[in-house]
Design a protein around this ligand. Structure first.
Ligand SMILES: [Zn+2]
Length: 296
């Protein structure tokens, strides 16, 4: 895919390596020094040592040395720094996020509807979200309560490694799918799931229909990148590879060796590819009505 390698997004929130992981406080804190206070006050250099510690504490709380307050300072500025091994990936995700949201802004305005932009949070291991604690192990996800996409970029290693979906457009598809959930949130699609018998698992469940529609919406974005000549050879195959890699049947087979359709929540590899392709080929939201479809 053709993209701007210096791109930065106002909608990316960088919480990588932050203390917002639900863990306890780091370091001893000032209270931890209390037992040392007596001996220090009696020693000739005690006052100097104490002043040094107090000075360091004040400076570190202001965030001048990095440390626990780093995430707060970076809350609205993506932490792309020279020594960041994920630097290129952060720029890429930022570009894909903005390009997706510009596409949906156009789609919505054609329908005379306002589009509200989602935020994307980069995190490592674990983070607090409007939907409770999010964990890397769950994979990237969207939280409707705070309109944010959450991703630990480490997932991309798993995607190209263990799951075998290579290529940059596979990575882009993941973001496009999550923004697809944001579009559903703005359109109030969740209500359709509730009205659909309430079954949250199985090959024709409301959950599967919701996920396949997000795949179809990802296809609509891919269609738009094609129209704007951003696609390169192999990109669509790469996205199809990702849709195949994260199908419920494929994942079940990898983890348990068997396939149990009654437990599907996202749809099979074949279904996911089918709906992504439908969005890609038509470029029309109307073609993504998985809730009306007899056959998924
Ligand atoms: Zn999803």
């Amino acid at each position: 895919m053709r993209w701007d390698e210096d791109h930065e997004s106002r909608d990316v929130i960088d919480k990588r390596g932050s203390s917002d992981d639900g863990g306890g406080p780091r370091g001893p804190g000032l209270l931890g020094l209390l037992p040392l206070l007596g001996p220090l006050l009696r020693s000739p250099f005690g006052w100097i040592i104490l002043l040094g510690i107090a000075g360091y504490y004040v400076v570190s709380q202001l965030g001048l040395f990095g440390g626990p307050t780093r995430a707060v300072r970076q809350e609205h500025a993506p932490g792309v720094t020279a020594g960041d091994p994920q630097k290129e990936l952060v720029h890429f995700v930022s570009f894909v996020l903005d390009d997706n949201q510009e596409t949906w802004t156009r789609e919505f305005s054609e329908r005379k509807m306002p589009y509200q932009r989602a935020k994307l949070v980069l995190f490592t291991n674990r983070t607090a979200t409007g939907c409770g604690y999010g964990q890397s192990a769950t994979g990237p996800f969207y939280c409707p309560a705070d309109s944010r996409v959450y991703i630990d970029l480490g997932f991309y290693q798993e995607l190209s490694g263990r799951l075998g979906a290579r290529g940059q457009f596979a990575q882009a598809y993941v973001i496009a799918h999550e923004i697809g959930h944001h579009v559903q949130n703005l359109l109030g699609t969740e209500a359709k799931v509730q009205g659909r018998g309430g079954a949250d698992k199985g090959p024709t469940s409301g959950s599967v229909r919701l996920e396949l529609q997000a795949d179809c919406y990802a296809g609509i974005w891919a269609h738009s990148t094609g129209e704007r000549k951003l696609l390169e050879e192999g990109d669509i195959e790469s996205a199809i590879g990702a849709a195949t890699a994260i199908g419920d049947d494929r994942l079940q087979k990898m983890s348990t060796g068997t396939v149990s359709p009654e437990r599907w929540t996202h749809g099979s590899s074949q279904q996911r590819v089918r709906w992504f392709k439908r969005g890609y080929e038509t470029g029309k939201m109307e073609s993504c009505d998985t809730f009306a479809a007899q056959q998924l």
